[in-house]
Design a protein. Structure first.
Lengths: 271, 283
């Protein structure tokens, strides 16, 4: 199958190559030279990596919480078939159409203290910069996850609500006793996509904060980019990249296991 | 998509829900205000923009900022991006439709291994492979060319495309395959006469999803290209930051311009995109 070969060459082989490069030193010119475990030892003792890992985890968790709450509520709301909901949903989707680059530039401009809406140096403070990244990420990706939850909510069998209504359960009771438990699988899928996705907030960080103030928002991909394409230490960059792959692969195995994608199920099964 | 199913009415859908209504209006503001501020500022003269309240509509709107952007290579970047998007969509369709077909129709160890490979591929972050890809692209003499952007972008759009397509293909009824098999149709004929016509919905979702990925991609162009020649739109926007400096209205005009083509496609093909992506979550 040419498709498998093509994908293996441009996506799988580079992953293997990244592992190899993490045991070499290479400044971009000539050929990589093996250096054994040097990069990995450096990785273990790098204070910037510890800080970066902390920020990455913090950013991932905060983004996940923010995006899940909003997407879940909006998605369940949008699953209703009223006309006003359909129109608003169409508008809510618009941010997802812009590129990460465009969105980061938009908020970079709006947050500029000399120009923008907020006349203070939001991006100059650690917490301000952090929250800006969380907000901008949410602004961009909540439309997508809303859609996933909307799809999930529409697949909940109507009879469950009818039965609950006969039992006298009100709207909020129905939400907590039927909607939430029924959306469990949807939430798993969405959450893992969010978590893997927030490992890749690279553009947002590069444009909005450049890892700053100082190195306070330098998440792992940004650290990798700096090590490789700013300091030309490609061996070390590969060690960081390998670390990222391991984290992402572990997460995707969880994804396959928990959602049953691997069981080759139709999304319409059981309807 | 929705029209094909029987229209279901939820018994609670008729009662208004004030709390939800309020929440949705709040989110509407979150979505609209930045977009409004962007459009409004892009129409403001540069000398008036500084220190101005971006939420006020411009007093004398001007298209000067758009002119600035259009005279700084925007058209060239746009053409490059369109070329990249078209090439990526083409490659993905040619490779993924047969792949999904094989994954659904055959139950060999190899086909399910390939399918699992793509499932894992969903989670390979592009950042994780840019260094080795950079090495490979340099060795292939592709550095600073559009192909250096097209090939990896296509590869990274494949996993989700395969997922969407296998989802669609599984919904084609077994009876149809059997009927065609009884008529003596070959696998290739089934692909063209049965699978592709019936998978139109999934295919159009893949086209839009892939085009969006290619259109909005930033990392690969950033790392694999350098000169003006193969510069795509996202990278062009990024370069405007240093080029325009404090001319923020021009920067925002470039952001508006970059969004217009995608927005136009969204207006035309919303159903295909939204319907297809909704299925990604499964149940």
């Amino acid at each position: 199958m040419p498709g498998v070969v093509f994908f293996a060459f441009f996506a799988v082989a580079p992953m293997v190559l990244a592992v190899y490069l993490s045991f070499t030193t290479w400044n971009g010119l000539g050929d990589p030279k093996p250096v054994g475990l040097a990069n990995w030892q450096k990785l273990l003792h790098d204070d910037r990596l510890t800080q970066s890992l902390t920020v990455t985890v913090l950013l991932t968790v905060t983004s996940w919480a923010f995006q899940t709450v909003v997407s879940l509520l909006l998605g369940v709301w949008a699953a209703g078939r009223q006309r006003n909901r359909a129109i608003l949903s169409a508008i809510f989707f618009v941010p997802f159409l812009l590129s990460s680059t465009a969105i980061a530039l938009l908020f970079y401009a709006l947050l500029d203290p000399n120009f923008g809406v907020i006349h203070q140096d939001t991006l100059g403070s650690t917490s301000g910069a952090f929250l800006a990244i969380v907000f901008v990420g949410g602004w961009q990706f909540i439309p997508f996850h809303t859609l996933i939850y909307q799809g999930g909510a529409r697949q909940i069998p109507e009879v469950l609500y009818q039965a609950a209504a006969i039992d006298g359960a009100g709207r909020y009771r129905q939400f907590f006793s039927i909607t939430l438990p029924q959306l469990r699988n949807t939430a798993t899928t969405s959450s893992v996509l969010m978590i893997v996705g927030s490992l890749t907030y690279f553009e947002t960080v590069l444009i909005l904060t450049q890892g700053g103030p100082g190195t306070d928002t330098a998440i792992l991909p940004y650290l990798m980019y700096e090590a490789g394409f700013k300091s030309y230490d490609f061996g070390y960059a590969s060690a960081i990249a390998t670390f990222l792959v391991v984290a992402a692969t572990a997460l995707s195995l969880v994804l396959v296991r928990l959602t049953g994608f691997g069981a080759m199920r139709s999304t319409r099964e059981g309807m | 998509m929705e029209e094909q199913r029987p229209r279901r009415r939820r018994h609670w859908s008729r009662r208004p829900n004030p709390l939800a209504g309020l929440g949705s209006l709040l989110w509407l503001a979150v979505v609209i205000v930045p977009i409004y501020a962007m459009i409004s500022a892009s129409l403001t003269r540069q000398d008036k923009a500084l220190g101005n309240n971006a939420l006020k509509p411009p007093t004398d709107p001007t298209f000067a900022n758009y002119n600035t952007v259009l005279h700084n290579g925007f058209g060239h970047f746009l053409a490059n991006t369109a070329l990249v998007a078209a090439a990526v969509v083409g490659i993905v369709l040619v490779l993924c439709v047969p792949l999904a077909y094989v994954a659904v129709r055959t139950r060999t160890i190899w086909s399910s291994a390939a399918f699992r490979l793509f499932l894992l591929g969903v989670a390979i972050p592009a950042q994780a492979v840019v260094v080795p890809l950079y090495l490979m692209i340099a060795k292939l003499n592709l550095y600073d060319s559009l192909l250096a952007v097209i090939l990896p972008t296509a590869a990274f759009a494949m996993p989700v495309s395969v997922l969407i397509l296998t989802g669609t293909l599984r919904d084609i009824s077994e009876d149809l395959y059997e009927a065609m098999a009884l008529d003596g149709a070959s696998a290739t004929r089934m692909l063209f006469q049965l699978v592709i016509p019936l998978a139109k919905g999934g295919i159009s979702t893949v086209v839009i999803y892939t085009a969006l990925q290619a259109w909005n991609g930033f990392l690969f162009p950033l790392i694999f290209t350098q000169s003006d020649g193969p510069r795509v739109l996202t990278l062009g926007l990024f370069n405007y930051v240093s080029q325009f400096g404090v001319n923020i209205p021009a920067l925002l005009a470039s952001v508006v311009l970059s969004g217009i083509p995608i927005f136009a496609v969204y207006l035309v093909a919303r159903r295909a995109l939204v319907g297809g992506l909704m299925g990604v979550g499964g149940k």
